[in-house]
Design a protein around this ligand. Structure first.
Ligand code: MG
Length: 375
């Protein structure tokens, strides 16, 4: 196997490289947006043949790698086809946000194996992406990896149960949430992740996005997916079979297991993830989600039922709102306020193509900026 990683300097990318090194997987190509210093180090360590970096940092990386055989490329279009154009057989898409959609499409069109950590790809563009995925998509998101592991060799499950940690503000009410700062929201109790997904976990939008991601990956409707708060993040998700047998996947919260399984599927090898010690964990607790304090999860169900461009609009609005929140220009509860407004005022377009999805995304972002100015 020869691996290409899109987003190699992020949380998923760096952990994927640890797994690759541990298993002796060859790494042929690495792409990052801005962290050229780390990308240089990664290219040297793994002897990557090709590297992609965002335009602003192109000359820095090119100079830094001048004494190596690594070919450095840049440009928006170059990122779209970067994985597809290499001789790597597997592409791990660990980009953040809608930016990952076109690279996903090109990777699948090129007939490569796709390990997907970019959930926004499926939320916004699932209807365009899934028909291209003849060989299927290997999920990296821990919940979807868990479900994928649970249904191997099984008949279609009756229901999926996505577990959610509840994030740092579990049990809090709206009055509390109004005063939350970016620093508060960036402290996730169980998982160490990038800032976008950490804020999404705090608002519960992450579970909403994952619900739509699961609909596409496993071909189930919104009403067949239950969400349960599970504070310890030990059960990573479950499936309910026709006879009501419930099968779950357990482990310590460590993304390296999910990443590795996507890379080695259907084989299993020793991983860098620690063994689970249930006596030390002690108790596993479960609660129903609170849709009043965290209204973005019910919103995702609404967007999923509306279909068409509705999930893309919700996703685009959320990406823009999270950015504004991190910049201190929108309050924590402001995120859900604007995302709900933009999503519910949108009239979805049925069966959109990729351009229409991207237009819906752009319009949703513009509308968020407009609304945020009046808040
Ligand atoms: Mg997840």
């Amino acid at each position: 196997m020869k691996l290409c990683i899109l987003g190699s300097t992020g949380s998923i990318g760096t952990q994927a490289l640890q797994s690759a090194e541990n298993l002796g997987i060859r790494v042929g190509a690495l792409a990052a947006g801005s962290n050229y210093r780390l990308l240089e180090e990664q290219c040297r360590r793994f002897g990557a043949e090709r590297a992609y970096i965002g335009e602003r940092y192109y000359s820095h990386l090119k100079t830094a790698l001048a004494d190596t055989a690594t070919k450095v490329v840049t440009g928006e279009d170059a990122l779209d086809t970067f994985g597809a154009d290499t001789d790597c057989d597997t592409v791990l898409n660990a980009l953040t946000g809608i930016r990952g959609l076109r690279p996903t499409v090109h990777t699948l069109r090129a007939g490569k194996t796709l390990a997907l950590a970019n959930k926004e790809t499926l939320v916004a563009g699932g209807s365009v992406v899934m028909p291209l995925a003849e060989k299927g998509i290997l999920p990296v998101d821990s919940e979807h990896s868990a479900i994928f592991q649970c249904i191997q060799g099984q008949v279609r499950p009756k229901k999926l149960i996505l577990t959610a940690s509840g994030g740092p503000f579990f049990g809090k009410d709206r009055a509390f949430l109004e005063k939350v700062t970016p620093a508060d929201a960036l402290k996730h109790p169980n998982w160490s992740m990038g800032s976008k997904v950490t804020i999404d976990s705090a608002t519960m939008m992450n579970k909403g996005l994952e619900l739509i991601e699961a609909m596409h990956l496993f071909g189930v409707s919104e009403d067949k997916i239950e969400v349960i708060i599970h504070r310890e993040s030990i059960i990573h998700s479950m499936v309910v079979m026709e006879d009501n047998a419930v099968i779950g996947q357990m482990g310590v919260p460590d993304m390296r297991l999910c990443i590795q399984y996507a890379l080695t599927y259907p084989e299993r090898y020793p991983s860098l993830s620690e063994e689970l010690d249930l006596a030390r964990v002690g108790t596993l607790s479960f609660y129903a989600p609170d849709g009043d304090s965290f209204p973005l999860l019910p919103l995702a169900r609404y967007a999923a039922r509306r279909g068409g461009t509705a999930p893309a609009v919700m996703n685009g609005a959320n990406e823009a709102a999270v950015e504004l929140f991190l910049q201190g220009r929108l309050s924590f509860t402001g995120i859900s306020d604007v995302v709900i407004k933009v999503t519910t005022e949108h009239t979805p377009l049925c069966d959109p193509d990729i351009e229409q999805i991207e237009t819906a995304d752009r319009e949703a972002r513009d509308r968020v900026l407009q609304l945020a100015q009046t808040m």
